[in-house]
Design a protein around this ligand. Sequence first.
Ligand code: S3P
Length: 424
Amino acid sequence: MELKASKALQGTIDVAPDKSISHRAVMMGSIAKGTTEIDNFLMGEDCLSTIECFRKMGVPIEMRGSRVTVTGRGLRGLQEPRELLYTGNSGTTTRLLCGLLAPQNFTSVLDGDASIRKRPMNRVIHPLQEMGAKLSGRDGSFTPITITGTALKGIEYTLPVASAQLKSALILAGLYAEGDTVILEPKPSRNHTELMINGFGGAISTEINRITVKPAEELYGHKIVVPGDISSAAFFLVAGLIVPGSEIRIKNVGLNPTRTGILDVLKAMGASITIEENKHNIEPSGDLIVKHSVLRGTEIGGDLIPRLIDELPILAVAAAFAEGTTVIKDAEELKVKESNRIDAMEKELQKAGVDVAATEDGMIVRGGRPVHGAIFESYHDHRIAMSMAVLALAAEGDSQIRNHQCISISYPGFFDTISSLQNR
Ligand code: S3P
């Protein structure tokens, strides 16, 4: 994919629907009774992997345009899959399914692509084993994972990392366990699972960082309208900020406070972003209006990290165009995402002339130097590909993004959205 420095980006756009909510809507819809209608479902490869897994467990799922209709089979109605459940590139599918499959009355095998095979699964395997689950992974902690369904008991567990995927796996297992499951989070992470299960009739309570899951008798299907993904909006927020003369309205973006760390950070960097909130549904949402701004460096760490974990690559791009130094810390989780995002961003930003140094738990970007185009690598990681594409729009000279096809994992229409903002 060839990209040139862009003229001002102007107009109103919708961004890709929320990936985390789309996954969960199919999962909860499948184990609920009755029909779950999902509007504005993300037709990205990760979410399609989730649909395929549940179809293999006997769940009728229809797709028409961006509407998905799931005919739920009830909490104990999933069927033994005849084939391996292939989760593709999706960590969310793989980890949440570990929790959901552990208490079923059948055996299943999970596996994904080359990236999934490298990602740590011991973080879910160990606590599930404490609940009584029978899971065994390759070399103890990698896919393929074989899960022999069995009865589980509730436990109290302190998460060693602030991971919504891990938390959600334990919540799903907890729905089937004997007794309550109590999860203590070191820092608050996205709570879409909790909100959706309660919307479906479950009983999950949260007190600060303590989540209590009551076993469920049955969940009931619901209508869900998926908002735009703030993690996808992030690319257009930063594009609007760094391409001179830009002004973009991004419609209907999910504004769950566990996801809005990017807005706090960009505002601290001096960004002009206006928020117009919509009527509150299960999940809050609204329009974001961003205008080109002079940015300054900042520090990103602590409790902010889980609230913007997927936005750190694009925030590093914003930092390259900001005056002064940006320090990203407490983010060692970046090393075990779809790629090692600390190494990947260090290498790619350096190609563009950016003064950046990786650290053990993040990176330091000294902004304000001229940024030029280059041939960038995606590492088959959708968020690295999109981050470098946004950088290319504001860099001097031409760029190329190699292996950009991975963008369809979370944002199939990404380049069309860019073009729509250029052709005004
Ligand atoms: C996700 C949680 C996060 C995030 C991922 C989606 C989810 O992962 O990075 O893209 O949907 O629960 P971790 O749980 O590993 O932090």
